[in-house]
Structures are given as C-alpha cells and as structure tokens.
Design a binder for this molecule. Sequence first.
Ligand code: TYM
Length: 516
Amino acid sequence: MTTERAEEEEEEKDEEQVVTPWDVSAGADGKIDYQKLVKEFGCAEIDERLIERIEKCTNTKAHPFLRRGLFFAHRELDEIVTAYEKGEKFYLYTGRGPSSESLHLGHLVPFQFTKWLQDAFKVPLVIQLTDDEKFLWKDLQLEDCRRLAKENAKDIVACGFNPETTFIFADASYMCPSFYTNMMKIAKCVTFNQAKGIFGFTGDSNIGQIGFPPVQAAPSFPDCFPHMFGMNKKSLKCLIPCAIDQDPYFRMTRDVAHRIGGYKPALVESRFFPALKGESGKMSASDPTSAIYVTDTAKEIKSKINKHAFSGGGATVEEQREKGANLDVDVPWKWLNFFLEDEEKLKEIGEKYGSGEMLTGEIKQILVDVLTPMVEQHQKRRALVTDEVLDLYFNSQKKPKVFLDLFREYEEREFCKWEKKASTSDSDDLCKALEQKLQLEGATENEEGCAIGAPKSEDWLKIRKARMQKDAPTEGSKSALKKAAKIKAAAEKKAAEKAAKAAAKAAKEAAANEAA
Ligand code: TYM
C-alpha cells in the first residue's frame, strides 16, 4: 500500500470516529480508537504506578474497571492522589442526562465505579441530573424530563451510594443563587467560537443548547453546594468519573477554572461499554435490542444476548474450533470484561474462546449467568427506593453538617496550622481560639455552609466545641484532640496543684490556730 493510500485511509478513519457528549460512533474499522482520543482530547493514560498509589493510599484493592484498563484515561488524577496522600480530601461529581425510563448497563459503569471511589476514598459525592439538557436536545417536555430524572435517580440510588455523603439534584429544581453565579462566571469566559470548536454547535443549534455547557461545568466548583461545602470556591478539589464522551464539557471547565477563581476539576474517564450489536452501533432507547436495561427480565436478557449479541466467533462450529474467536470485536467477551469479577475465570474464558475450545453459545450462556443475577439484584434494591428514601439524597435542607465528621481530620489539621501561625499559645481553650479564627476570617457572616473554611452557624460551633472537648480521641481525630486532651490534662494538673496548695495552706493555718 502506498503512503498516500495509507494516509487517505487514516483520514477516512478519523473522519468517521465521532465522540461527543451526544454522539458516539466508531471509525470505519468498527472500533473506537481510544489512543487517538487521548491524543486529541489531551488527557493522559492511567498507568500501573498510579493504580498502585490509589490502592496504597486507600488501602483498598483497585476496582476491576481500573485494573482492567476500562477506566483508562485521566486529567490530574495523580494530583488528587498526591493531595490525598498528604491528608487532603476532595469531592466526587458525576451525572446522568435523564432521557429514558431506565438506565442501560453502560450507564451502570460510571455509577458502579463512583460508588467504589466514594467507599475507597471516603469522600462526598454530588450527582447532577441534567433534565434541562435532555429537554433542550430531545423531543421531550420539561415535565417529562423531570419525571425521568426522578425515575433514573431510583436506579442510581440502587447502586448503593451512601445517603449520608451523597447529594443528588436535578437542574430544573435545584438551581440556587451560587450555582447560577458560577454558571454566569463560566459563561462569560467562553466565546461562541470556542463553544463551536468544542461542541460542534451550528447555526441550527437552539440557544438553550449553546448556553447549556456552563450548567454541567458549574458543579465542578464546591460553592455550588453551600449546604455541603460552604461558600469558598477553593474549599475542596473535585474529581469527576465519567465515560470519555463527557470530556469536552470538562475541557472547557478546566480552561476557565483559574479565571473564575477555582481549582481545575480532575477527571477519571472510561471506555464505552459497547452496544449489544457491536462497538460501531449505539445503545439507544429507541432500539431496545441494542442494549440491556436494568428493568429487563431474565427472559429478555437471555433472548437479547442469544439473538443480538455481536459475535466474534466462527460462523460454524468447525470454523470456531479451527480459528477461534476474534476477541477484539466479540461483545459477550467485552461485556464479561466489565462485569465478571473473577479474574481467573475471565482469563480462562479468554484463552478457551480465543483458541476455539469454547463455542459462541457457551460464552453467551456464561454472560447470561453473570448478568441475570446482577440485574435482578439491582431490581430488588430499586424496589426499596421509595420517595422517602429519595428525599434522603435530594433534600438539601437535611444535608447540612453531615460532612463535619468526614472532614474532621482535615479540618483539625488545618486548624492546628492556623493556630500555630496565630501563635495563640496563651489560649488554653481551643474552642475560644476556633471562634476567634472564624471571626478573623469573617466566616460567621454566612450561616449556610459547614465545610472547611466555610461559614458557621451557632449549632455548628456547638458541635465542634463538644468534639474538641471530648476526652478520648476517636478514630477520625488526631492532633487537635490530642492537643485538647493535653490541655485538659494540664488544666487538671493545674487545678490539682491549686487544690493541693489550698489544702496545704488550710492545714498550715489549722496547725497555727491549734498552736495558738
Ligand atoms: P448520560 O446520561 O449520557 O450518561 C451518564 C453517564 O454514563 C456514561 N455512559 C457510558 N459509560 C460507559 N459506556 C457507555 N456506553 C456509556 N454511555 C454513557 C456517561 O459518560 C456518563 O458518565 N450530560 C451527561 C450528564 C452529566 C454528567 C455530569 C456525566 C451531567 N453532569 C458529570 C458525567 C459527569 C449525560 O447526558 O450523561
């Protein structure tokens, strides 16, 4: 093949591969070239060393999605890990555009991974439901999108997120002043030409679409959630787990972050869970045979896999036995890579199916056996998600203060740092010093927040006061509690000395009186 022809083919392939937040289609060879995407988007690949560091600092074995390279790309995940190693916390942010009644298995990928991140790092999480986005892009009424957001939220909750540390919100209902302020600040930094370049808007795009990207960008800044993180735009860094299709939103966000006074959000990005009919197709709500939904019955799962799963196996038993399967395009094999946890079993299946020892029907049956209980368990958990349960995740009035404990260690370390700087060595009362610190920072002005450096309410101070005065350090507490205990011991010693002195004085006086 001439170089010219090779170049032409390369160009053809480039032209055909489309990955945007709204369209994903493979290149001419039926595959998505992820390496090319990484280069094009300018993100980095996750390497072994980074995975090892995550395992070490969380003391948790990496999730199979990470170990198997399914979450394969990142932006500044290494910096989040470095900060975490030094004791700094962060928050997670992910989302869903509610365009269908239920999620398909591909949607479970980021949510399952986010759940693992939340548990491993013990950090709070916000989940955005972009009912507004789907209203602007799909042929749906806003009321439909709101309803779908609620339905989808049930599936998200069924993934097992901790209600204490998870806040779910739908844009059309949550939008609050600080959220809107962030949106406006972001919007002002991005020209229409830049938006066209990033998102491919044309003259036919409605102006709601053109104005939408700041809505998805804003939750990357913690002050969009004053009830959780306070009003300081730099109180916490943000890590966003998603598939790589969402990257354009956050490329834009990262470009403007410093200009609006925030940190650039970090990202951890996955490959796509392929459509049932093959990587070149799209899982679509309008074609129910293109995907398995979390509402599908055991019968539907079996039938869809047997009838529609794209096979890389030989066309006949003889051909399969002779040549083995092409694992690069085989959907059952790819899906097992996502959802079969047993590493050994997976390896064995790959070897046997790739060599022809295993037939297509057999691997499909294994897939049915893996997915059926997974989906059934999901459905059982979802059935438990009542309106009251949803309220635990959505109600911003109930959220305040739950993050106190989560950030306790960090806050106390920060507090000690401040205390050292302010050299309040004469202060034998940590609570007094704390109040002073808050006043110095003008933090008492705002009553809403509760996170690091965030505004305080009377209640909040009382909680901290009680905590600081606790005798024994509990699991989360370190230096400040130690210090409080030390101060308490010193005060007790002082009081005991004073009492002994007084007793000695009284005894002396009594003896003198007696002698007189
Ligand atoms: P949506 O609803 O298209 O997708 C929700 C999440 O699922 C990921 N995803 C997939 N992951 C693996 N394989 C697939 N086949 C697959 N299809 C979708 C998406 O990347 C996403 O993480 N605009 C967003 C909603 C959103 C959001 C966010 C997503 C708002 N804020 C922050 C991620 C992070 C959307 O419509 O996602």
